[in-house]
Design a protein around this ligand. Sequence first.
Ligand SMILES: Cc1cc2nc3c(=O)[nH]c(=O)nc-3n(C[C@H](O)[C@H](O)[C@H](O)COP(=O)(O)OP(=O)(O)OC[C@H]3O[C@@H](n4cnc5c(N)ncnc54)[C@H](O)[C@@H]3O)c2cc1C
Length: 388
Amino acid sequence: MGLFHAEHENVLRTFYGQERSEYGRILESLAAFLETQVAAGSAGFDADGGGIREVRTKLFGQGLCRIPFDSHGGMSLPFGIYALAMELVGAADAPTAMSMAIHNTVADGVHRFGTPSQKESVLPDLISGRRLAAFALTEPSSGSDARSMRTTAVGLGTDYVINGSKTFITNAGEADVYLVFARSEKGYSAFLVDRSVPGMTVGDEIPKLGMRGSRTAEVRFEDCRVPAESMLGDDGEAFEHAKAMLNGSRIIMGSICVGIARTAYGKALAYSVQRELFKQRLADLQITREKVADMRTEITSGRLLCLYASRLRELGLDYSSEAAQAKILSTEMAVRVCDRVIQIFGGHGYTDAEVHRHWRDARLLTIGEGASEVLRMLIAGMEVAGSG
Ligand SMILES: Cc1cc2nc3c(=O)[nH]c(=O)nc-3n(C[C@H](O)[C@H](O)[C@H](O)COP(=O)(O)OP(=O)(O)OC[C@H]3O[C@@H](n4cnc5c(N)ncnc54)[C@H](O)[C@@H]3O)c2cc1C
């Protein structure tokens, strides 16, 4: 089965009615590109722990990051189409999808909160992929509890001086522009920092369980002086801005996981019909069928919740709870599905990276961009506040 299949046609039919054929053509052509140009290299990226740069450049060339933007070279397509496109990229190669998703989170931030001059100077290059972005919030001593960050930005004349360090930063070392969060006099502020600015250094690559094709490293700031105009959004409001950016990003992390799960499931299904044991196919054992049915059902539910949250965003409604729900459901679903896939392959699943890399890739996404625990607190907080 190809990356774009009948289920996608059906969700386009149910969610997007009249425009479905146009969107279908775009997604089908992206899927064909991904099958020939990206999926084939995926095993190699996992084995070598890198190498997605070339693939990412090709995908930028295909206009992947233009999809959700309505200016500066964007395609003005619905966010749900972007979510489906990222599901397809996740199905072809998860690290590539994650790297591009984080890049687009920064582009989304500039699009929403940038000054006209920031938009003119930064957005066209980000949307087209001529320049790559990184999102630098996490620090060695603060992840979920981001408000306890130690990085500071002190105003000095017309500049700000940044000191501190960020860790686990995706695209670090490859990115041209870094969105850096720091404590400022008014609270928390964010800055667009160019890679060439003196005082910013990138550490060695951090080895990882999965998502090995994407680069992860520490970024340090030592008396790093940036002009005041590089502040993104309002001084002191960086957390509000980050929340807005991360809402969309959470849907996309969910969609990437739907793609990961779908690919792993496809491998297990194919294996189960050709593996023979006890004089029958593995797929004919009742207990295998139960696994198949559960996996299939959970993948569909993940995709639908991601699209529902996307649709709320498209309609301008509050979707923060649904984005968190979509991320929890889809990322935890992908970990469960990929675990069952290993089980179906038995010892071959435990020893073959082509099987277990999907579990390793999915595992990150219950942690990054709002860990499941944090998102559960967010959802429950809204529920309880709304019922009091
Ligand atoms: C490969 C990779 C790529 C990443 N890319 C980026 C990036 O590009 N940019 C960036 O800024 N960050 C990035 N991160 C960081 C990621 O967002 C953090 O790891 C995540 O936010 C969790 O923070 P932490 O690791 O410090 O864990 P902690 O915040 O210390 O959490 C530890 C545990 O406590 C749980 N927990 C947290 N709060 C509560 C609570 N209230 N109640 C109960 N349990 C709780 C967490 O869920 C977790 O299980 C990346 C991380 C990795 C591993």
